[in-house]
Design a protein around this ligand. Structure first.
Ligand SMILES: *Cc1c(COP(=O)(O)O)cnc(C)c1O
Length: 353
């Protein structure tokens, strides 16, 4: 029987992946720590929860866009760009990290922010990430919700070019195949850390938005022949759409690395039950998740992404989706700066909103 199994086992050649062929700048603090969350695990009665601290990447208070920007900004410099442009929601963490990276490299930075929530309060419009965008010297302009932001970005790039500038356009969230290489690399980093810790991981859970983070992780684990399933908790699009976005980008990322055809649709799983009324709109379960992680682990999540991601993880644990004996890594993608755009979500702070 053993011999039969052996004979029918598909031949799996070693996959070679050379990330060093892609120029990369050093913008962050890596590797980020992988830490246990013993008090939160005990509170929930298992499984064993771990947290991968990509909130600690260092660049302007950190976050997941730093890994993508190390590749994207290297390409911008390679093309002799003198400024970068990007777009996001008002409290975009991606915009803030892009502004910081541009400052560090001496490049100009143009940011287009889409008003997706319609919130009129000063904290949302001017504090948190928006304050930091401006502090890093970026030019910020706001567009109404529903604007075709990619078209607006290209239009602005064309205008700047006609003025003799050399703009480099970074898509929303830094989510193209080049940016996603940052999370292919993170998959290697996580695998290495788990080996070092003697940790056998059953699931990795994270928030998924513009798809680059999950696409890079899925491609990275797949190319490593690692069996860690990645579960993305959606923050905007419905499940089918989100899974399609992540799948397409994971396919393109693997292709960029010279491995077409390795990503299968079933490698990509998103759960979009925790979005609530829409992108950037607070939910009760997000506020609970933020509060629990702050009170039990001393860690700050964000209201738009990691808070909803953790709300999904906690709810799935309560529903018995995971075995108590399992090890789960939650990828903390950062974003705590955005919290200062949402001071009114906590009952202790609601007065005066
Ligand atoms: C952008 C972002 C995400 C989502 O990552 P994507 O690559 O856009 O899917 C998650 N968490 C935070 C804090 C982010 O800023």
């Amino acid at each position: 029987m053993g011999l039969l199994l052996f004979l029918f086992m598909p031949y799996q050649p070693a996959i070679t992946m050379d990330l060093t062929q892609f120029p990369r700048l050093k913008l962050g603090h890596f590797p980020t720590p992988l830490e246990p969350m013993p008090r939160l695990s005990a509170l929930l009665g298992g499984p064993q929860l771990w947290i991968k601290r990509d909130d600690c990447t260092g660049l302007s208070s950190g976050g997941n866009k730093t890994r993508k920007l190390e590749f994207l900004m290297a390409e911008a410099l390679g093309q002799k760009a003198d400024l970068v442009l990007t777009q996001g929601a008002t409290q975009s963490n991606h915009a803030r990290q892009t502004a910081a990276a541009a400052a560090r490299l001496g490049l100009g930075c143009e940011i287009l922010l889409e008003d997706r929530t319609g919130f009129k309060d000063e904290s949302y419009r001017l504090n948190g990430n928006v304050l930091l965008d401006r502090l890093h010297g970026a030019n910020v302009s706001v567009r109404p919700g529903g604007t075709d932001m990619n078209a607006a970005l290209l239009e602005l790039a064309a205008r700047l070019e006609s003025q003799g500038k050399r703009p480099y356009v970074i898509p929303g969230g830094g989510s193209n195949e080049l940016g996603a290489l940052g999370y292919v690399n993170a998959a290697f980093e996580i695998s290495y850390q788990c080996t070092q810790e003697g940790l056998s991981v059953d699931h990795l859970v994270m928030a998924t938005g513009s798809a680059g983070t999950q696409a890079g992780l899925v491609a990275g684990f797949k190319l490593l022949r690692s069996s860690i399933p990645v579960l993305g908790i959606g923050v905007r699009a419905p499940k089918q759409q989100q899974e399609a976005n992540v799948f397409q980008l994971a396919v393109r990322t693997a292709e960029l690395l010279g491995h077409p055809g390795v990503i299968q649709p079933e490698d990509v799983v998103a759960n979009c039950d925790y979005v609530g009324a829409g992108y950037g709109l607070p939910t009760e379960s997000m506020v609970e998740a933020l509060t629990l992680v702050a009170e039990y682990e001393g860690i700050v999540l964000d209201p738009v992404y990691s808070g909803k991601g953790m709300a999904g993880l906690i709810d799935l644990i309560r529903k018995g989706f995971f075995k108590k004996s399992e090890n789960i890594i939650f990828l903390h993608t950062g974003g705590a700066a955005g919290l200062f755009g949402y001071p009114g979500i906590f009952s202790f702070n609601a007065i005066g909103q």
